[in-house]
Design a binder for this molecule. Structure first.
Ligand SMILES: Nc1ncnc2c1ncn2[C@@H]1O[C@H](COP(=O)(O)OP(=O)(O)O)[C@@H](O)[C@H]1O
Ligand SMILES: N[C@@H](CCC(=O)OP(=O)(O)O)C(=O)O
Length: 372
């Protein structure tokens, strides 16, 4: 019995190129329809699902008549642009059959490295989930070059898991999971049912991609599990063509390789904030706001702030101090210091008229806040 997917409330599901495009033969509509049906079922169980799908380049190659993967970066980018249309179309119609809308989200490494864009991507994804649509994510291949690429969507899946604090990452691939060696090369390879995410011995077992279609191979999946675990997300690597694989995982069946995160979600997040020893600025809270944060676990609203110190940007970690100057919390600011100065002491309903825009009603959302 594997219970991590059964218990997960928010899930990232990553499907690889070889699966989506039937080993490069063209989009596998039947397989995609089955995942869409199962994801619709997961939604009825109350789970939020974000899909990370590869396959744009493979599908674009097919559409443009390439027999082999082109080597030129612009040809690859052109393939991605062409193929992404196919992906968007097939996901939209497959989910539509289950009364579910989809949204296309194309991300680059630079988007997640930049704090402001990181926060924007995060807020947009949360909003899409609130609207009940399925975000379909891929790398924005047309604008990236090798140096700034995620490179493989396993890594992207893990970063998205970190971004929206998913409980689990499911990586669907063309193998049943991790073996002690590449099963395509070593007939004696043993299946690994369960391990700790981040266990170094796993990295020695995993090899590169098995076909010319996929990019990452097993090593990037193992590293993705390690990365996902830093924000407390567990990973399951499973065969995408396994009968009802997603529904059975959600029912607690032990399919695939389960890589369990060792850090609890909250601890991981707290640790991340605690690591920000040098914060960019500070806000002074009135007694009411101190009470809301410390005793009631609430978010910090601009109205509870009396003073803003230092220069910081949206997305920077700042310190919250009480009237005596004692640090009581640390968190990610939704507003730059220049904007924060204008909205403090005001109710959130006035943010729009003061600034002309609203990022969020909170200065720091409680999910982005750690008490000291
Ligand atoms: N230890 C291992 N266990 C399982 N598969 C492995 C291992 N090492 C390498 N592989 C290879 O990784 C491949 C899956 O990665 P990849 O081709 O990138 O798929 P995807 O397109 O799903 O990301 C498998 O087909 C397999 O040949
Ligand atoms: N963004 C690329 C994904 C490349 C990639 O990571 O492929 P895979 O190893 O199959 O997940 C595409 O859509 O073709």
């Amino acid at each position: 019995m594997h219970s991590v997917i059964q218990q997960a409330k928010r899930l990232i599901i990553k499907v690889g190129s070889s699966l989506v495009t039937n080993d490069g033969k063209g989009l596998d509509a039947a397989a995609i329809a089955k995942w869409a049906e199962q994801i619709a079922h997961l939604r009825t169980l109350g789970k939020e699902v974000v899909l990370v799908s590869s396959g744009a380049i493979a599908e674009g190659m097919q559409r443009l008549g390439f027999e082999r993967r082109p080597t030129g970066v612009h040809e690859l980018q052109a393939c991605a642009a062409v193929g992404q249309m196919g992906l968007a179309q097939i996901y939209e119609s497959s989910f539509r059959a289950h009364q579910l809308g989809t949204a296309q989200v194309l991300l680059t490494h630079a988007d997640l490295a930049d704090r402001e864009r990181y926060l924007n991507a995060r807020s947009t994804l949360f909003t899409l989930l609130q609207f009940g649509v399925i975000p379909i994510i891929n790398e924005n291949d047309t604008v990236v070059t090798d140096e700034i690429k995620f490179g493989d969507n396993d890594t992207l899946g893990a970063l998205v898991a970190n971004l929206i604090e998913a409980d689990a990452l499911i990586i669907l691939t063309d193998q049943r999971g991790l073996y002690t060696a590449d099963p395509r090369r070593d007939p004696d390879a043993q299946f690994v049912h369960e391990a700790k995410a981040g266990d170094l011995s796993l990295e020695a077992m995993a090899g590169g991609a098995g076909t010319g279609i996929g990019r990452g191979g097993m090593l990037t999946k193992i590293l993705a599990a390690k990365r996902a675990a830093t924000s407390g997300a567990h990973t399951v690597i499973a065969w995408g063509r396994e009968d009802r694989v997603l529904s059975r995982l959600a029912a607690g069946e032990a399919i695939g390789t389960q890589l369990t995160a060792q850090t609890a979600q909250l601890t991981a997040r707290k640790q991340w904030m605690a690591d920000h020893l040098q914060t960019a600025g500070r806000v002074v809270l009135d007694n009411g706001a101190v009470q809301k944060l410390t005793a009631e676990g609430k978010s910090l609203l601009p109205i509870g702030v009396t003073e803003v110190g230092g220069e910081f940007g949206r997305g920077d970690v700042i310190t919250c101090v009480d009237a005596s100057g004692k640090a009581i919390a640390r968190g990610i600011s939704n507003y730059a210091s220049s904007d924060a100065r204008r909205i403090v002491r005001h109710p959130s309903s006035e943010i729009l008229s003061i600034l002309g825009f609203v990022e969020e009603p909170e200065l720091i959302h409680r999910d982005n806040l750690v008490l000291l």
